[in-house]
Write a protein that binds this ligand. Structure first.
Ligand code: ZN
Length: 64
């Protein structure tokens, strides 16, 4: 197994990890309900994707 020749200093290690932060989430408005959703995903607010309903969204008034 490959083994590091020298211990990496905390400074070098932390400098590398300075670039590992996750980027900002990209969001776009749902064409049906204008909720902010991730692109190319089913909207979790109205259950629609490209004009087709894929999810039944449970609401309080639907309990009966
Ligand atoms: Zn929607």
């Amino acid at each position: 197994m490959a083994v590091p020749k020298k211990k990496m200093s905390k400074s070098r290690r932390d400098r590398r990890r300075a670039h590992e932060a996750l980027g900002k989430l990209h969001l776009s408005a749902c064409p049906q309900c204008r909720a902010m959703i991730r692109p190319h995903t089913v909207c979790y607010n109205c259950g629609m994707y490209r004009g087709v309903k894929y999810l039944e969204i449970k609401t309080d008034d639907a309990k009966s």
